[in-house]
Every structure is written in C-alpha cells, then in structure tokens.
Design a protein around this ligand. Sequence first.
Ligand code: 2AM
Ligand code: CA
Ligand code: CA
Ligand code: CA
Length: 265
Amino acid sequence: MDEKIRQDIFKRAKQWIHEAGKHIRDVIDEPLYIDTKSNPNDLVTDMDRNTEKYFLEKIQQTYPDHRVLGEEGYGDDIQSLEGTVWIIDPIDGTMNFVHQKRNFAISIGIFHEGIGEIGLIYNVMEDQLYTAIRGQGAFKNEKKLPQLANKVLGESILVINSVWACPNKKINHEGVQTLIKRVRGTRSYGSAALEFAFIAEGIVDGYLTLQLSPWDFAAGIVLIEEVGGIITQANGEKLNLLSNNTVLCSNREINDLIKDNIELL
Ligand code: 2AM
Ligand code: CA
Ligand code: CA
Ligand code: CA
C-alpha cells in the first residue's frame, strides 16, 4: 500500500474514531434501546448500530472503492480480502457498555490485499487510543509501546473467561485448568479488543478464547504484531479473517511453552 495513502487513511480513521467515541461519551447517560441477538445475553443497542453506520458513511464518502466488514451487518458481504477492507466492531464489549458504561472499545482493523496495515482500538470512556501501523510500531495515545517483555508463564497474567475452564465442546477444559494453575493470575475484561490492547501495553500477558469473530481481532492482529507478540488460533494456525476463530495471544516464550506443554485441544 502506498505510504502516503496509508498515512491519509490512518489520519482519517483516527479522527473518526475520536469523534464517534466523543459522541458516545456525550450521550452515555441517555436511555438506550437494547435488543438481543443469538441469545438473551447477546446484547445489541442502537449505539452499536448507529456507530457502525457512522463509520460506513464516512468510509463510503471518502474511499468509495474500500469495503467494510462490520459486526452489525451494514457493511459489505465480504467473501475475500481483496483490495482495502475495513473490519469494524463499533462497540466491542456491548455487555460492559450496557451494564457498566465503561470497559468497551471501538475496534478498527484496516487490511490491504489481506495484510493488516492499520489497527485502532479506542477505550472510549478512558479516552485512550491504541494504534499501530504495520512496520511502524504500536502506540497508546502518542506514546510508543515497547516490545513485549520475555516474561515466563509463572509470572504472567492470563486473560480468560472462566467458562472455558468448564466442560465444553470446543476445548480440552482440563488443559485449560492446567494452564490456569500455572499462571500467576487470571483476568477477564469482557472486550476482546481491549484484552489485545492490554497485552500490547504489557499489563496482562496472555489471552485465550475459544470464539472470536474477525471484527474482534482484526485491529488486535496489527497491534500485537507491532509489539512482537504472537496471535494465532489455539492450535497455532494463522487466524482466518473471514470466519470465527479460537485465539491464543501472548509473547513468543509463553506461546511456545503453551503449545509444547499444554494440551488445549
Ligand atoms: P461484542 O461485545 O462486540 O459482542 C466478550 O467476552 C467478548 O467476546 C467481546 O469482545 C464480545 O464482543 C465478544 N463476543 C460476545 N459474544 C460473542 C459470540 N457469540 N461470538 C464471538 N464473540 C463474541
Ligand atoms: Ca455483539
Ligand atoms: Ca466484539
Ligand atoms: Ca460489537
């Protein structure tokens, strides 16, 4: 991708994400229209939908040849990653948005011919924007994030939803329990995009989850790779941007250790 074009896209995406986030903060205490999707705990609000539409409108006006893959389905029917594709989660952590009015993010990953070029994750209520451009490092607001530390498993904090330690169809839950016993502690923030941003920032060290969609990890891929981290499926395979995936993310040492010693699948 041409560098001038990439910088132009980055600048605009940053401006739009700040604007969308400010709007959400401005109306955070107003009543919400809350709907459910696949089950009674799978929430969506008018804010999720309107925020996605806001980005779609801006992108279509400015870059009519770009395509959009968004969680709420207002974008394009994406079957390939040809050209430039914006992969957008307008509110990642909708349950947090509804219940807590914090701990949610806007996540945007921009891919060109299948390569992650730009990642932005905006912690809306904290006004903290994590950004990365491929080959140019990752930043929290304007501050450059260092490469991930060579932490060992026993001194690391693992992000995991406790549901994966219970018997389930997707994973060897006994392997997950082994992993949980070997780390220093566990956390779960409830926004996949923020979990990736926190790994990039170095405040947690690993994330294992069994079901994420492309909009949950598209920005995370760019951010994590720019701090030297590993982000793959739980079996070590490359993530597929066109389907749901299991995700394992950490520094290289922890990634190798988990893959060589713990049977997750
Ligand atoms: P969402 O809030 O955008 O729906 C919660 O643990 C994290 O998982 C959030 O990032 C949430 O995104 C995502 N999530 C919730 N339900 C999901 C589902 N059925 N499939 C994939 N990701 C989901
Ligand atoms: Ca959702
Ligand atoms: Ca999401
Ligand atoms: Ca969402």
